[in-house]
Design a protein around this ligand. Structure first.
Ligand code: GRF
Length: 202
């Protein structure tokens, strides 16, 4: 199954996905393109290092969001992906983009949704004083961090935690959960019924 990965940051989740694909002969997927909204995204370097094509469309290079998203979509579609993975991609995609891959765009988010949606989930969980947070892999709909949940894992908050320390522990869990969920999509084992995702046995 051909996968596109979109990144805005360091790309450790992209790296984890590439490593999982390398390590698992039954993974059933390959990363055919890595896209970004930021020319300086570390994830692009990781892709280039492995000879994976990259595409970049900066929001500032376009008249408006619609034009930006259309350009990104065109560049991604050129590589004919069947699954799109948002791995630390910090922009919202509209229904026009998502329509290209119904129930096949997946995102990882560093909280137990529906708690702490948005870009500051780890800090907000700490500030709220929760004792358990975690990560969520979910299918993407038009609302931020909202679509049907594929899988979640808990991470405990410890006394004296900082945002960075907690986020690092959450990311370590994301690095297992996201590739596992992408593998399910590659094997077409994910079915959606309303808000509920059913994972079929192979
Ligand atoms: C992850 O925690 C992701 O959930 C969040 O940003 C982080 C991305 O890290 N949205 P990386 O770029 O994969 O290293």
């Amino acid at each position: 199954t051909r996968c596109a990965v979109l990144v805005s940051g360091g790309g450790t989740n992209l790296q984890a996905l590439l490593d999982a694909i390398d390590a698992d002969p039954d993974f059933g997927g390959e990363v055919v393109v890595v896209g970004s909204d930021r020319r300086d995204a570390g994830g692009l370097e990781r892709a280039r290092g492995r000879g994976i094509p990259t595409v970049v469309q900066g929001l500032d290079d376009h008249a408006d969001r619609t034009a930006w998203e259309a350009a990104l979509r065109r560049d991604v579609e050129a590589h004919r992906p069947e699954v799109v993975v948002l791995a630390g991609f910090m922009r919202i995609l509209s229904g026009a983009f998502l329509a290209g891959w119904p129930d096949r765009v997946v995102n990882t988010h560093p909280s137990l949704l529906p708690a702490f949606r948005g870009a500051h989930a780890v800090r907000e969980a700490l500030d709220h004083g929760v004792k358990v947070t975690g990560c969520t892999v979910h299918l993407v709909d038009e609302q931020v961090d909202h679509g049907p949940i594929v899988a979640q894992r808990a991470v405990e908050v410890v006394a004296g935690d900082t945002e960075d320390a907690l986020h690092e522990r959450i990311k370590a869990v994301e690095h297992e959960l996201l590739p596992a969920c992408v593998k399910l999509l590659c094997h077409d084992l994910v079915a959606v019924e309303g808000r509920v995702v059913h994972v079929r046995e192979e």
